[in-house]
Design a protein around this ligand. Structure first.
Ligand code: MBD
Ligand code: FE
Length: 309
């Protein structure tokens, strides 16, 4: 049997130099990571006998992905963002943390700096034909004690599955708000029922999904960051029950505890009481936060966020 190229001294020496391990300057941790990544790439090339043309088509793909600003879309599509959640869940479990609202991925469409409201807000600024949605709940600690002054930072898609800022047809901060909980820890908002999201059909992410025989749909959902001083930041979403992609999310973000009942109100009395003239839906969902602790990894994720201009 011929020995793998990867085991030969001249290849090991090449890798050592690639990662800068043959001298002192530079970052030790980064050197070790670059060594392993380079080694893995070469190992995949060897295992699958990847031709140079195949390799360069992959490099062209990554270039296209970056130029289209879709890196943040492919990452959840490949389950890597969910893997980061699984690691955080595991770290918390090992530290004895139990209960609390489960986290799920942030996704690529958050915009910082949404208008801040006290207690309640209306999210839909842009007129749209769709079902009115009222959502409310309490932010509490694990013992059910309300947390006043918590910030519920909420964002979701419109009835076409588009997010303001990324979809230039919507106004600044449409369907995005920060709501400060009241003295009883309550938040509530009026909005419009979102539609599910689909990857841009001609985009780089969808191109790879097509080649994998996969779709690029997400069930309708609403995103949240819930924060309060001395509590662990919660990044989560709720899914709209009944959506055809509820358990077939291309971004792997659905969790059973994050599918609250959607109550439909069609009786005339309820409709007029809300000042409406069409049936509407309500969702009640409480957020349970964990106290911050030094031994736990930080749940605040540093990643670039645009601010609406
Ligand atoms: C979304 O709306 C989303 O939440 C994720 C995770 C990926 C793509 C679009
Ligand atoms: Fe989303």
């Amino acid at each position: 049997m011929t020995t793998s190229l990867l085991a030969r001294p001249e290849f090991r020496e090449l890798l050592t130099k690639v990662a800068g391990l043959d001298h002192q300057a530079g970052d030790e941790r980064l050197k070790r990571i670059v060594l392993r990544v380079s080694e893995h790439i070469c190992s995949v090339i060897e295992e699958f006998d990847v031709s140079p043309s195949e390799f360069w088509s992959a490099m062209a793909y990554l270039t296209e992905l970056g130029q289209a600003n879709e890196v943040g879309l492919l990452v959840p599509g490949l389950g890597i963002e969910t893997f980061l959640d699984m690691r955080m869940d595991e770290a918390e479990r090992r530290a004895g943390l139990e209960g609390g609202t489960p986290r799920t991925i942030e996704g690529p469409l958050y915009i910082a700096g949404a208008p801040l409201a006290k207690g309640e807000a209306r999210l839909d600024q842009d007129p749209e034909q769709g079902e009115v949605l009222f959502m409310e709940g309490v932010v509490t600690d694990k013992d059910g004690a309300p947390i006043p002054g918590a910030i519920v930072d909420v964002w979701h898609a419109n009835t076409k599955g588009g997010y303001s800022f990324f979809d230039p047809s919507q106004s600044k901060y449409n369907l995005r708000r920060r709501i400060e909980t009241d003295a009883e820890g309550r938040y509530r908002f009026r909005s419009i029922m979102p539609a599910g999201y689909a990857c841009p059909p001609n985009g780089a992410t969808q191109k790879l999904l097509d080649a994998l025989g996969r779709h690029g749909h997400r069930p309708a959902h609403i995103h949240f960051f819930v924060t309060a001083p001395n509590y662990r930041k919660l990044t989560t979403q709720i899914n709209i029950d009944g959506d055809e992609y509820l358990h077939d999310d291309f971004a792997f973000a659905t969790r059973d505890e994050l599918i609250p009942p959607v109550v439909r109100h069609a009786d005339a009395e309820a409709i007029t009481a809300r000042g409406l003239n069409e049936p509407f839906s309500t969702i009640t969902f409480n957020f349970v936060l964990h106290r911050e602790a030094d031994v736990l990894p930080d749940t605040t994720v540093e990643r670039p966020h645009a601010q609406a201009a």
